[in-house]
Design a protein around this ligand. Structure first.
Ligand code: F0G
Length: 464
């Protein structure tokens, strides 16, 4: 299926550097102390103690001169800021949604959509794999989130080009077994984060949309990484090679009734989010609520200058040459690791390289949090900060309170956009390859503090 990508590994950066932020590498002694103080949780490290920060691609991008220039045009009027209208136009052009509701970031949008569409407890929101905050907001409204992604998404070795696809048979089964009235909405994530940054194909989006229409169920996209998803459609799906990323995005988004969007990723900004919709009911419901939870409906928690940066960033982040470099850099890191025999999720996704902890540290039992232990060991080795994406992130079953051990137990090396050079990627690869050669020395962890919700952010551990 599909055709070969034409990515070149480690494309030269399509920009030059105007401002630099000096970095220091903390000493080995300080690293050992810092990770112990942080309870072996990389979220609790101070960024001063980090050399290369691959915790997340969220809010960590370097803005362009054009975006910074836009920041100076911030109209900080409480109501009707001109930057809101620029943002609205940019979303209409790039994504094709006529109505928008701004929010402070993605989870603000997740909150409003979940409140608007989950009208009573006990409903279902099928999704192509959970994302932490999306699931939390669905569960806070009393609904649950059955997984309807294809089986291959849970297999780090499967090389399918669209591993984020919805399994139509699974989705049909959920609808048939429960009745369409029990489905609050279908949630489809672009470039599925927890699966390794794996895209959804246009054909799959079309099919899900058709099914939802037949059954009278609303379809909402988590379009957070949709520009990167669109790049993969252009590269891999027949019939799209000659289309622009924006044309692809317009078609793709055309299948959804609404989207939630964290602008902190593909829009190349440090803060922001929104809901885009073509459904007047969803628009009115979320616009009414935004004033209670986020801010007036023409700023939703963003400053005027932030909205301007998002408006410009959405357009920049959908440029083919930029995306080719961006995804090429991720691929470069992935290839260096693969060539050295380090177990990673394949194929390499857009925003991160995911290490397969179950293969990397097979001597650590799952009850001793192998991904968490591996992320801590990487920091100690090289001051590179990564993130656990396994059982700690997954949390406990809401009913039985038991830990859930997902099939994928991963460490995410997430690449901020336009921030690090390819030489930085070589440093990261060198450290991880070295660690892989000494993996037997990595020790398991026990959890000594566990917050009740989204525990991965603040949990603390000790070495066993
Ligand atoms: N949806 C997806 C797919 C995400 O990856 C995120 C955030 C959100 C929604 C929530 O957006 O952070 O702006 O509130 N992901 C970040 C990450 C935190 O590191 O993957 P937010």
């Amino acid at each position: 299926m599909g055709r070969e990508t034409n990515l070149i590994h480690g494309l030269p950066e399509p920009f030059k550097i105007k401002v630099v932020e000096p970095l220091v590498v903390p000493s080995p002694e300080r690293r050992k102390e810092a990770i112990r103080e942080a309870g072996y949780n990389t979220f609790l490290l101070r960024s001063d103690d980090v050399y290369i920060d691959l915790l997340t691609d969220s809010g960590t991008a370097a803005m362009s001169d054009n975006q910074w220039a836009g920041m100076m045009l911030g109209d900080e009027a409480y109501a009707g800021s001109k930057n809101f209208y620029t943002l609205e136009k940019s979303i209409q052009d790039v994504l094709g949604f006529p109505y928008i509701v701004p929010t402070h970031q993605g989870r603000g949008a997740e909150h409003l959509i979940s409140r608007a569409l989950i009208k009573k407890p006990g409903l279902l929101v099928p999704r192509n794999m959970y994302f932490t905050t999306s699931k939390e907001h669905v569960e806070l409204q009393g609904a649950s989130m059955p997984d309807v992604v294809i089986d291959e998404a849970h297999d780090p070795e499967s090389m399918l080009p669209f591993k984020g696809n919805v399994d139509i048979a699974k989705l049909k089964k959920v609808i048939e077994q429960n009745g369409a009235e029990k489905i609050a909405f279908v949630y489809v994530e672009m470039n599925v984060n927890m699966a390794g940054g794996q895209p959804v194909s246009m054909a799959n989006a079309r099919e899900v949309s058709k099914l939802c229409k037949e059954k009278g169920i609303k379809l909402v996209f988590d379009a957070t990484r949709s520009s990167e998803n669109a790049f993969f459609i252009k590269e891999r799906e027949e019939g799209y090679a000659k289309k622009t990323v924006v044309e692809i995005l317009n078609e793709l988004m055309g299948y959804a009734d609404a989207c939630i969007y964290s602008a902190k990723k593909d829009c190349l900004v440090n803060i922001g989010g929104f809901i885009g919709t073509r459904d007047i009911g969803i628009f009115e419901a979320t616009r009414e609520m935004v004033v209670t939870y986020e801010g007036l409906h023409t700023y939703g928690g963003m400053a005027g200058r932030d909205m301007e940066a998002v408006a410009r960033g959405l357009r920049e982040g959908a440029q083919y040459e930029y995306l080719k470099y961006r995804i090429g850099q991720t691929n470069y890191l992935g290839k260096m690791l693969m060539d050295a025999g380090v177990p990673i999720v394949k194929p390499v996704g857009s925003h991160a390289v995911f290490l397969n902890a179950l293969k990397f540290v097979p001597h650590i039992p799952r009850e001793q949090w192998p991904s968490q232990a591996l992320a801590a060991a990487i920091y100690e080795d090289s001051a590179v900060r990564s993130m656990e994406r396994g059982a700690v992130s997954k949390g406990r079953d809401k009913n039985t309170k038991e830990n859930i051990f997902p099939k994928l137990e991963l460490v995410r090396l997430t690449i901020p956009r336009r921030v690090y050079t390819n030489t930085h990627m070589e440093y990261v690869a060198e450290s991880i390859i070295h660690l892989h050669e000494h993996k037997d020395e990595i020790k398991g962890l026990k959890m000594v503090y566990e917050p009740p919700a989204l525990r991965f952010f603040q949990a603390k551990f000790e070495q066993v």
